[in-house]
Structure formats: C-alpha cells, structure tokens
Write a protein that binds this ligand. Structure first.
Ligand SMILES: Nc1ncnc2c1ncn2[C@@H]1O[C@H](COP(=O)(O)OP(=O)(O)OP(=O)(O)O)[C@@H](O)[C@H]1O
Ligand SMILES: [Mg+2]
Length: 256
C-alpha cells in the first residue's frame, strides 16, 4: 500500500558538537527512524534531548557528523547547491516563534507571494493563490496586507503554515510550533493540521512537541528522545498506555 512508502529515513544519524580544542558533546547519538507517507509522527523528549538538532540535520542547517538522511530512498546527506534546493522544496518547517520567522518589514501576504512568484505565478495569480492559502488556514483576506506585529501569535502561526503550504511540500516539520500559544489556540492549530492531513493524504508531518497530550491529538506514531537517543517508538496510544522505557514512564508521570 502507498501508505507504507518511506518519504524520509534517517540511519545512524549523529551530531557531535565541538572541535578538537573544545570538549565534544554528542547531541544526537546514532538514531534511526522513518517517516511514512501520509503519517503524522511525533517526536517528544525533554529540553536538550536533541530534537531540534535532529531537525536541523534533516533540513541541512547543520551537517551530520555521521549517518545518512534519505528522501524517497535517495541519499541527500551530502547534496549541495541547486540539487539541495530542489530537495528542500519538498520539506517545509514551521517554528515556535511565528513572528520571528516573518520579516517585520513585509506583510504576511508578501512572504507567501514571494514563494509563489518563484514558482512562476504572475503577480495577480500569486495574490489570489496567497489569499486562498490564508483562507484555507483560517485567515480572511484582510490578513494578506497585515504586518507580523499586527496579528496575534496564533494568526501568525496560521500564516506561517499557509506560507509553508505555498511550496506544496511533501513533508511538514513543526518544531514546537504550538508551544508559545495558549491552550485554546493550540487546539485550533491542531484542528487545522488535522484538516490539512485529511485533505492531503500524501502529506507527511513530523511534529515535535513537549506535550504528549498534544501529540496524542494529532500523531499516529511517536518517538521518544532522551539524551540524544531514541529510547522508545510506537503507536501513540500504545506508548501512553504501556510505556516501555524508564524515561517514557517518567515523562508520562510528569504529564498525567
Ligand atoms: N551549536 C551548538 N553547539 C553546541 N551545542 C549545541 C549546539 N546546538 C545545540 N547544542 C546542544 O545540543 C543539545 C540538544 O539541543 P537541541 O536544541 O537539539 O534540544 P531540543 O531537544 O530541541 O530542546 P528543546 O526542547 O529545549 O528545544 C543541547 O544540550 C544543546 O545545548
Ligand atoms: Mg528544540
């Protein structure tokens, strides 16, 4: 079945910080996991466990010290230049602080239009498409011409999701994208992600979050990271009901 296609796979992925002079620190320690087409995979773990470092290697903001990253079976670990940019059209990220990911001098619409123009759309078509994307993410047309400081955190996060969708990504990565929002707004963003998933069965999501309860609302499977290693992996409900690793048990206790 298509559902089992691996869109992303990491093998032995490792990041050691520090050079010869500095003390070395292994932030990500030989991890393996796969993201399947159409699934939402959660990645949880305490602060400093290596979640963002893992994502930075996947998105190539950081070079891996060891290991491989495969997209649709192709090794992309060492791609550079144009080939790398091609690949990264397929992966989009949404970060924790939405206002910081927008240029304060540009409107929310400008950011979206820029990506659409790069794909060859005319100015008029890009504006129309941008408005459509904002609407799809729950923002009316008037938000198109607003600046990041003129909207709430939740609205800005919706615009960030709209901007990510403009690239037609196959993989969306959310790194604590709901953590800065209050509980009601978190719920709205989760509902939006659910809708996006339902309307695009091929979209795969990697959802990084501290909160297992949120992960349970949106994710099918979950990975638990502790001190750079993946200590547990499984269906979310199963992991919550029956945590195997000692660390996961502690994590559940602190939440429940
Ligand atoms: N550029 C760097 N140089 C040295 N150490 C780093 C660097 N970036 C991250 N680290 C360290 O690597 C470890 C993992 O950091 P990372 O940001 O991946 O954690 P995280 O799981 O995303 O945490 P949080 O939940 O707080 O976002 C931390 O101990 C951090 O201090
Ligand atoms: Mg992080």
């Amino acid at each position: 079945m298509e559902q089992t296609k691996k869109v992303l796979e990491v093998r032995n992925l490792t990041k050691v910080f520090g050079n010869k002079q500095a003390v070395k620190f292994t932030a990500v320690d030989h991890i393996h996991f796969s993201l399947y087409q159409g699934e939402c995979l959660g990645l949880i773990g305490e602060s400093g466990s290596g979640k963002s470092t893992t994502v930075s290697m996947i998105t190539r903001l950081l070079d891996a010290t060891e290991g491989q990253i495969l997209m649709n079976g192709n090794d992309i670990t060492h791609l550079k230049g144009r080939k790398l940019r091609e690949v990264y059209k397929e992966i989009q990220m949404v970060f924790q602080m939405p206002t910081e990911s927008f240029d304060p001098r540009c409107t929310l619409g400008d950011g979206i239009v820029e990506s659409l123009r790069n794909q060859g759309l005319s100015k008029k078509d890009a504006r129309e498409e941008g408005i459509k994307l904002l609407k799809r993410c729950g923002l009316s047309e008037e938000y198109f011409d607003r600046y990041p400081h003129e909207v709430s955190g939740g609205q800005c996060q919706r615009a960030a999701i709209a901007r990510a969708l403009a690239i037609h990504p196959k993989i969306l990565i959310f790194d604590e994208a709901t953590s800065a929002l209050d509980v009601t707004i978190q719920k709205e963003i989760i509902d939006l992600l659910r809708e996006l998933k339902q309307s695009n069965q091929e979209l795969s999501i990697l959802f990084i979050c501290h909160d297992i309860a949120l992960v349970q609302q949106i994710c099918d499977r979950v990975l638990v990271m502790y001190q750079g290693s993946i200590v547990e992996e499984g269906m979310v409900d199963e992991v919550i009901r029956n945590p195997k690793a000692a660390y996961t048990m502690r994590l559940m206790e602190s939440v429940l």
